[in-house]
Ligand binder design. Structure first.
Ligand code: FMN
Ligand code: 173
Length: 380
């Protein structure tokens, strides 16, 4: 999207009488007040001692932008091209499951807000509304589908087919969550939203899944979902097979090691997402911004490299682009917007993040995303 750079939003926010949090920290604090302890804990927390969760944020501080001035940045073009399509912003909304724990309107609210701001939305396998419901709510706004592999692979293929038919534009296979991380906050709160049925929408609307059920009562459905989602056997052969089953681009989400990036390319994968799942899986792993340079170097320009885990500000987007990402995924902050005020809350968060990203690009000296990739970064 090409827009004049007049700092309109900054001034609008200054003169506005409306009260809505700006920073991710304020959003988190407001969400905490709004929703119940267990739901908030589920969203905020990381695995183990939360070392990686903290590092995801702290690592961004180690990188400094060295801006260049006296370029004409009166017009900033934030658009990117991925898989032959043009998207308006250099970020997408990260897949976050079971959003009904946060707000009744869940993925419907988020996908509508994303549509309003032309932000592509990645829908989770374990969402609270189905692929088809989200497709109807958000019209022809761009959407990708995040796949959790099912032990019964025909369920995986069926969900991918449904996403294709509903007009989704890519498949994101998450590779770091074949079992749950050690999440103490959830154990403390005795809370598993999956067991409570918050993530069942795509399963109970799937004919292949339904045909495998011996009984269709709540407990049987949940048991079957849990059994399908635990799949430690997942390996590169599944990736190659999935590639044969769909014409959509496939991205692997959760790549941290450069050799895995190479294997992804050799398996015919179309893109990778450098991610540690927001610190929710293995505590102690490298922050994703620290993992990015080596992965980007290995991949060269062969396939797009995206990044998530710790993106909170426009400057974080600039840093990720400058260190080799083609785009980033924005996660927890939009979920806090949803908790605070439903669709309107997500819209407010997006509006500010879009404007902050644009200002950050301009003040770094980049009039477009391509130029951002040449911004000089130093590590302290
Ligand atoms: C509450 C919650 C649920 C999530 N659910 C999923 C999911 O269903 N599928 C998935 O691939 N990633 C999921 N993620 C991980 C996000 O896609 C993303 O990797 C992570 O939120 C990035 O970290 P950040 O939000 O701290 O920036 C979830 C994250 C959170 C916070
Ligand atoms: O909570 C998560 O991070 C997540 O990705 C997930 C995975 C499977 C089922 C429910 C949530």
């Amino acid at each position: 999207m090409t827009t004049g750079q007049k700092n309109d939003s900054f001034i609008e926010n200054i003169v506005s009488s409306e009260v809505f949090p700006f920073s991710a920290e304020e959003l988190e604090a407001a969400a905490k007040e709004k929703i119940d302890t267990a739901a908030f804990g589920y969203t905020r927390s990381g695995a183990g001692g939360e070392e990686t969760l903290r590092k995801n944020i702290a690592s961004f501080d180690k990188y400094s932008i060295v801006p260049k001035y006296l370029n004409d940045v009166s017009v900033v073009d934030t658009s990117i091209e991925l898989f032959g399509r043009t998207y308006a912003h250099p970020f997408l909304l990260a897949p976050v499951g079971m959003l009904k724990i946060t707000h009744e309107d869940a993925e419907i609210a988020v996908s509508k807000a994303a549509a309003k701001y032309h932000v592509p939305y990645i829908q989770s396998t374990v969402s609270s509304y189905s692929i088809e419901e989200v497709a109807v709510a958000s019209g022809n706004s761009p959407k990708w589908f995040q796949l959790y592999w099912s032990n019964n692979e025909n369920i995986s293929y069926s969900m991918v087919k449904r996403a294709e038919e509903a007009g989704y534009e890519a498949i994101v296979l998450t590779i770091d969550t074949f079992m749950f991380g050690w999440r103490e906050e959830d154990m403390r709160n005795r809370f598993s939203p999956l067991r409570e049925g918050y993530g069942k929408a795509n399963y109970i609307t799937d004919n292949v899944f339904l045909s495998t059920l011996a009984h269709d009562d709540h407990d049987s459905v949940i048991q079957e979902i849990l059994q399908n989602i635990y799949h430690p056997t997942l390996n590169w052969k599944h990736v190659a097979e999935l590639k044969k089953r769909t014409s959509l681009p496939i991205l692997l989400k959760g790549v941290l090691h450069p050799s895995d990036a190479r294997l992804a390319i050799e398996s015919g994968v179309d893109g990778i997402i450098v991610s540690n799942h927001g610190g929710r899986q293995l505590d102690g792993v490298i922050s994703s911004i620290d993992a990015l340079p080596a992965v980007a170097k290995e991949v060269g320009r062969e396939i797009p490299v995206l990044l998530d885990s710790g993106i909170r500000r426009g400057a974080d987007v600039v840093k990720a682009l400058a260190l080799g990402a083609d785009a980033v995924l924005y996660g927890r902050p939009y979920v806090y917007g949803l908790a605070i005020a439903g669709q309107t809350g997500v819209e407010k968060v997006l509006e500010n993040f879009i404007q902050e990203t644009k200002v950050s690009l301009a003040l770094s000296g980049a009039a477009n995303v391509q130029a951002a990739r040449n911004i000089h970064i130093v590590k302290s």
